[in-house]
Design a protein around this ligand. Structure first.
Ligand SMILES: [Zn+2]
Length: 303
């Protein structure tokens, strides 16, 4: 059989699969916060999947339909899962002793790790993790941030922007910076808004991983616990502000970083026009990331 026509697709926080879902996968996707699932499909028919236990780095199931086994589908699913987990900052995968399809997962892991892999253990992904991400893992550990932080929130790892340019002063007269292409888009958007008599001012744009680390260290030193801190601040390595693409915006009238911005003329203007400049609201109301609604936070997503 031609294995090349098999496609792998994440059904991550949405389940917009048009075709039929196998029964046990249907059960898994019924949960209110959907679990991370990757499906393999051939001719629009799902022939296998791999899933994680809800909001954790624990392997839940690796399954391939009997007629499609021994064709490399499981290995591809597992490899895609590993690369997806790395994108979300995971440092290891935990196996459970009673996991359905455990022998298959164990087999694939063993083939990759060239040895027997015991269940109920964490398999390190270290050999796949680039050095920059390893640094973030150490930071996470030192600050007491849970290992499954990225997976549980659906937040991707972000590296510091490698090139930055000034975008002018923010509402507190500090120089702000963005990725050059994002800065150009911001400047166009700001001028276009001004032509419509709408003021857009930066509150904060680029913020480095080190900056975010110091911020969290200060809060810890002041006696706050890490759980409460992570409700308002992103963990270092997971803020869109690292990328130089995100910008927090005010109109110079509203209190910065407050919901009242959503009632402003500037916000209405952004809602109708920002997309034309490549800017999107990252955390709308009821977003799947467990992050409060941030009407002020916009990210340049064009390439
Ligand atoms: Zn922001």
């Amino acid at each position: 059989m031609d294995v090349g026509t098999t496609e792998i697709q994440p059904l991550w926080f949405n389940c917009d699969w048009a075709g039929e879902l196998p029964g046990s996968l249907q059960q898994q996707l019924k949960k209110p916060r959907q679990i991370p699932v990757l499906v393999a499909h051939r001719d629009e028919v799902i022939i296998g999947w791999v899933s994680l236990v809800d909001r954790s780095n624990t392997l839940h199931q690796l399954y391939v339909e009997p007629g499609h086994r021994r064709q490399g589908v499981g290995t591809r699913l597992f490899r895609c899962l590993v690369s997806l987990m790395l994108d979300y900052g995971a440092a290891g995968i935990r196996l459970q002793p009673d996991m359905p399809g455990n022998s298959a997962a164990g087999y694939f892991l063993a083939s990759i790790h060239a040895g027997v892999v015991p269940t109920d253990s964490v398999i390190s992904l270290k050999s796949w993790v680039p050095a920059t991400q390893q640094r973030i893992h150490s930071l996470q550990k030192a600050l007491g941030i849970p290992a499954a932080y990225g997976i549980s929130r659906g937040l991707r790892l972000r590296e510091d922007a490698d090139e930055l340019t000034d975008i002018g002063l923010d509402c507190w007269q500090r120089q702000q910076k963005m990725l050059p292409r994002a800065a150009a888009a911001w400047s166009l958007m700001q001028h276009s808004a001004a032509n419509d008599n709408v003021t857009l001012l930066p509150i904060s744009a680029f913020r480095s991983i080190d900056y975010q680390t110091r911020l969290i260290e200060r809060k810890l030193a002041a006696g706050q616990d890490i759980e409460s801190i992570l409700q308002v601040s992103a963990a270092p390595g997971f803020s869109e502000h690292h990328s130089g693409r995100a910008i927090d915006i005010t109109d110079g009238i509203c209190e910065p970083l407050e919901n009242e911005f959503a009632a402003s003329k500037a916000f209405q203007w952004l809602k109708f026009n920002a997309e034309d400049f490549g800017f999107y609201m990252s955390y709308p109301q009821d977003n799947p990331y467990g992050i409060i609604w941030e009407p002020w936070h916009w990210c340049w997503s064009a390439e």
